[in-house]
Design a protein around this ligand. Structure first.
Ligand code: CMC
Length: 365
């Protein structure tokens, strides 16, 4: 038996055309295009690129957006089901069950043709934001707000959450958040989705595997962890004691470190810029200032003193963006999933297209 790598660190499990990461130089590409060049596009365009492998031309993008808008509504039976959920601290539990229900309402659920999979892909991307917003409103006993057709994917989500049309900058921030969250090679949730897909299970089941894996605090759940941490720190003056206390107790600081990046995550840089602009528009820069102070303290502790390559990851400044967008922490992981669903679908389709069941071995001790 070959050597066992704990956590599969450095193990190459498959070939992909979907994304590329250089963790030393801090490069991320979706379908060969740098993330910096994608961040200013619309989420619809990036979703199309990820799922089809091709940058859409104007007509293709307009048709894709039209189909997403046409599929934003959710089944009335699902809305009734959402009202019966027990609402705890994590909306992702509700989202997971809601996607499972959605599969029941889709007559193509167990059809495996390329056409059926294409239809499921559109429904999943289109319905995720509507479900997350409806879940949030149901937790307060409020009825869902109907989607607004002329708003972008991200702006419409913010509208369905609060009933207010977002500012241009808020809409841009939400679109960027979904783009930056959309894909990241073989991260844990995508790997679990690929395993499910490799058994030729259906796309909904595969996406539910992704959701279950994203939930953990060492993966997508870290975004909520950062929001909770910023609340706990409370003010910039407390940042140093908080950080040093955590390090002394050998506890992990949420939003820092990465298995692949040994430099600043390129998405963190883009999020930081958006967070700064939102703070300025808001007229209250305290969340941003506190986060930046924490970044400086930890750079000194991790990099300068200990020589460890631990930098802010995607979850750090995204949490600051959510603070300025008035997004409650319990929605953070679900919103991450709203973006990631396009990457998951692309990986599900790539696995189906050249499949061999994923079945590694264990070293018996
Ligand atoms: N705070 C304090 N110490 C850390 C941190 C952190 N955030 N991250 C890594 N370290 C230390 C760790 O204690 C260990 O030290 P030592 O060698 O002295 O035992 C060393 O760095 C290596 O850490 P590891 O946990 O073995 O590294 P890993 O590659 O297994 O884990 C990670 C990567 C992302 C799970 C980890 O950095 C972590 O737990 N970070 C905090 C949670 C987080 O922000 N997760 C989001 C991950 S990125 C986006 C996503 O997937 O959603």
């Amino acid at each position: 038996m070959k050597e066992m790598k704990k956590g599969l660190e450095g193990v190459v499990a498959l070939d992909t055309k979907i994304s590329y990461i250089d963790g030393i130089q801090g490069i991320l590409k979706y379908r060969g295009i740098n993330i910096e060049d994608l961040a200013d596009l619309s989420y619809d365009a990036v979703s199309y690129l990820l799922i089809t492998g091709k940058m859409p031309d104007e007509a293709e993008l307009s048709e894709y957006s039209r189909m997403l808008v046409a599929n934003r509504g959710i089944n009335g039976k699902l809305i009734e089901v959402l009202k019966h959920f027990e609402f705890g601290v994590e909306a992702l539990d509700g989202l997971r069950t809601a996607i499972s229900c959605t599969a029941h309402f889709d007559e193509e659920n167990n059809q495996h043709t390329p056409e059926a999979n294409k239809n499921k892909a559109i429904k999943l991307v289109a319905e995720f934001p509507t479900i997350v917003a409806a879940l949030h409103r149901a937790s307060y006993g409020d009825e869902p707000i109907k989607p607004m057709d002329n708003l972008s994917h991200g702006a419409n989500f913010l509208y369905m959450l609060s009933g207010k049309i977002p500012t241009d900058l808020e809409a841009e921030a939400m679109e960027k958040d979904l783009i930056l969250s959309a894909e990241h090679e073989l991260n844990p949730s995508t790997f679990s989705l690929r395993i499910a897909s490799s058994t030729l299970s259906d796309m909904y089941s595969a996406v539910i595997c992704g959701l279950c894996t994203l939930k953990g605090p060492l993966h997508g759940g870290a975004r909520k962890g950062v929001m909770d941490m910023l609340d706990e720190i409370g003010s910039i003056e407390n940042a140093r004691d908080y950080a040093l206390g955590k390090l002394e107790r050998k506890e992990k600081i949420m939003g820092f470190g990465h298995r692949v990046y040994k430099t600043l995550d390129p998405r963190a840089r883009i999020y930081k810029d958006v967070a700064r602009r939102l703070a300025e528009e808001n007229g209250d820069t305290s969340w941003f200032d506190m986060a930046e102070e924490l970044e400086h303290i930890l750079y000194h502790e991790f990099v300068e003193i200990k020589g460890k390559p631990i930098y802010p990851n995607v979850d750090f400044y995204s949490a600051v963006v959510y603070k300025y967008l008035d997004i409650p922490a319990e929605l953070a992981t679900s919103i991450f999933a709203m973006g990631r669903v396009s990457g998951w679908i692309a990986h599900c389709m790539e696995q189906y297209s050249d499949n061999r069941v994923i079945r590694p071995r264990a070293h018996t001790v």
